[in-house]
Design a protein around this ligand. Structure first.
Ligand SMILES: [Fe+2]
Length: 260
């Protein structure tokens, strides 16, 4: 499996606190069957993103795991005015493995209408935005239509693997399941921060998705689409979006959620 979103690099944000913890997270990933990881430190008001430093930490960690785990760098890009100005000057500064895909994170408390335009501008700059864990955002959960609009606009969606295991609460889990059902999810990733509450593991989620939706779907979400991102290639799997919103889903489908 390939993880496109995690905070494994030490001392850069609220992820790994030390090189020892980063090594423990890497060992955890290897034991879980993960072969490639894109380390994505935050770029937000709280955490400065300094590519040179990110690269140095990556090189140090990579040297300890050569031949066992492939490490690339990217960024957990907070969609702020300052970041947007910065990315205009240097589009690949923040992208995953310095290719064309960009993780985009929204604030939990406000989603201004100008976001649609901001996403569009990123696309015009040749970038492919990946909306991160919308299932954990109460504002997006309350209005799937907003997310679907971004999808129609050509954005992609990454759900946190642990959300499907219920570790971010029932609402996030149900919404993640529902969006998987309607073809609104393209990636599952760990968003790991440590070795306890936010571990660098994907296998349990892989098994759950393989059990409920088939192994092929699990492979696309956790291997094939992430590999395309790693390599900067077009996604091999983009399911057709069923544009019915929760409110307008046929009774038959609604009933299925109750059975779950
Ligand atoms: Fe993150």
């Amino acid at each position: 499996m390939i993880d496109i979103h995690c905070h494994i690099l030490p001392g850069l944000d609220d992820g790994a606190e030390s090189m020892e913890m980063a090594c423990a997270m890497a060992e955890m990933a290897i034991a879980d069957g993960i072969t490639h990881v894109i380390a994505t430190p935050h770029a937000s008001q709280e955490y400065a993103f300094i590519p040179k430093l990110v690269r140095a930490r990556r090189d140090e960690l990579q040297a300890r795991f050569e031949g066992r785990l492939a490490l690339a760098t990217g960024c957990d890009f907070h969609l702020s005015f300052e970041n947007l100005q910065s990315i205009r000057l240097d589009p690949t500064r923040y992208t995953l493995h310095q290719k064309s895909y960009l993780l985009v994170e929204f604030a939990d408390y406000a989603i201004p209408p100008s976001l649609d335009q901001a996403l569009h501008e990123l696309q015009l700059a040749g970038l492919q935005p990946i909306i991160t864990h919308p299932e954990r955002n109460p504002l997006i959960r309350a209005k799937s239509e907003r997310l679907f609009r971004w999808l129609r606009q050509g954005c992609y969606v990454q759900v946190t693997a642990q959300s499907l295991l219920g570790r971010f609460g029932k609402s996030a889990q149900m919404k993640a399941e529902e969006w998987l059902d309607v073809g609104a999810v393209h990636f599952l990733a760990s968003d790991a921060h440590n070795i306890t509450s936010r571990p660098l593991q994907l296998k349990e989620t892989f098994d759950q998705v393989a059990g409920s939706r088939g192994e092929e779907t699990a492979r696309f979400l956790l291997e094939e689409n992430p590999r395309a991102v790693f390599e900067g290639k077009p996604l091999p799997w983009v399911p057709e979006l069923d544009e019915s919103t929760e409110e307008t889903l046929p009774a038959r489908r609604r009933k299925r959620f109750w059975i779950f």
